[in-house]
Design a protein around this ligand. Structure first.
Ligand SMILES: [Zn+2]
Length: 124
């Protein structure tokens, strides 16, 4: 099994509903996202998926959130914008764009809210 990962950072604001603590007030994070694809087969160039292509895909999803107040951006106008929910959202959106025919799939998405706090969503 091969795995490849790319990362991107973005800044966004949020506040958590149904939560009592620091994160219930409006504040921002410099988020970091790492997406990992996995697959069994490589193309004739020896690649699972071109890093450039995966970075473009990650960027196209992340730019919807960059410099936004997440609580206003669907689905986070309904769904709490926790790092866990963001990891699943990013997983599902990136999965739609993984090039067909590569045999690659999204193995996991990690979302760092801070350098020391990270949530991971892994498809079951
Ligand atoms: Zn927060």
């Amino acid at each position: 099994m091969f795995e490849i990962s790319v990362e991107e950072s973005f800044a966004a604001g949020h506040s958590l509903r149904n939560y009592h603590g620091k994160c219930e007030k409006i504040h921002g994070h410099n988020y970091k996202v790492r997406v990992t694809l996995e697959g069994e087969t490589l193309n004739e160039a020896g690649l699972l998926v071109d890093f450039t292509e995966l970075k473009r895909l990650l960027h196209s999803v992340v730019e919807r959130l960059d410099h936004e107040y997440l609580n206003d951006v669907p689905p986070f106008d309904q769904l709490n914008p926790s790092a866990e929910n963001m990891a699943k959202y990013l997983h599902d959106e990136i999965a739609k764009g993984v090039p067909a025919g590569t045999g690659a799939r999204v193995a996991s998405v990690r979302v760092w809210e801070t350098d020391t706090s990270v949530a991971t969503y892994r498809a079951g």
